[in-house]
Ligand binder design. Structure first.
Ligand SMILES: Nc1ncnc2c1ncn2[C@@H]1O[C@H](COP(=O)(O)OP(=O)(O)OP(=O)(O)O)[C@@H](O)[C@H]1O
Length: 246
């Protein structure tokens, strides 16, 4: 049996007396999309912060493509092939769209000339080529989300961690964002997606991991998870069950 691309064991983060994340195991196979869900404060963002190197785990191990990367800083984790987007997008607002993506490309280790071609190709891929020269502050919300994804993609990751990229989008925009994530996977990139919108989680995920109070409450296919009484009780609520005839 081959080992997963990302293999996380016993991941724990303690803030003072609070265990924000407590002994979480997580795996991600090549080409897989895993949905990470759970109530507010469940520990999802803290998991991403530890995986991407912005927070050092209190305990646990993170293995990426066979290498242990536990406690590595973000730029090293990124160079090893894993990067994230942020829930609240934070581009350099006065820089052009292209220059924002160049920051990602050079951060991923590309030299100047190569970074330019990566940036141009990535903007084309996410549908922002026509906006390349505009300052980031002029973009609409969906285009800012595209830019956030482009910045992360330009580092050429094998694993991309998406933190609520769908939040705030209109019902007409959601399918476009879902299609973008599917296109990213078709490029051979594996993804973990934090998401509150169950419609999106159900559409995208091969597997879903449910966190609650920092611990893993359930893991399974989207269908298994939404029918799990423990998940309904802790997160989805009986309204969800009734609305979907479960
Ligand atoms: N830097 C920090 N210092 C202290 N406590 C923190 C810190 N970061 C997060 N926490 C706490 O850790 C817990 C998990 O928070 P986290 O943001 O990871 O949850 P989440 O599942 O991402 O929530 P949301 O869905 O609201 O984004 C919360 O109780 C939060 O208050």
């Amino acid at each position: 049996m081959t080992s997963p691309l990302l293999d996380v064991r016993g991941l724990t983060k303690q803030f003072g007396g609070v265990k924000a994340v407590n002994g979480v195991d997580l795996s991600l196979d090549e080409g897989e999309i895993v949905g990470l869900i759970g109530p507010n404060g469940a520990g999802k963002t803290t998991v991403f912060n530890m995986l991407s190197g912005t927070l050092r785990p209190t305990r646990g191990e993170i293995h990426l493509a066979g290498r242990e990367v536990t406690g590595w800083r973000a730029h090293r984790v990124c160079a090893a092939g894993m990067t994230r987007t942020f829930q609240v997008v934070r581009p350099f607002r006065s820089l052009s769209v292209t220059d924002n993506v160049l920051v990602g490309a050079t951060g991923g280790g590309a030299a100047e000339g190569q970074a330019r071609s990566i940036a141009a190709e990535t903007l084309e891929f996410v549908g922002l080529a026509a906006q390349a020269h505009r300052p980031a502050r002029e973009l609409s919300l969906i285009d800012l989300k595209r830019l956030e994804v482009a910045r992360a993609l330009a580092t050429r990751p094998r694993v991309l961690l998406l933190d609520e990229v769908f939040a705030g989008l209109t019902p007409r925009e959601l399918p476009l964002a879902v299609e973008l994530v599917q296109a990213i996977r078709r490029r051979g990139i594996s993804l973990i997606v934090i998401e509150h919108l169950m419609q999106v989680v159900m559409n995208l995920s091969d597997r879903v991991v449910v966190l609650n109070h920092g611990e893993e409450l359930a893991v399974g296919t989207p269908e298994e998870v939404v029918e799990n009484p423990v998940v309904i009780e802790a997160y989805l609520g009986t309204e969800y069950r009734d609305a979907h005839g479960l």
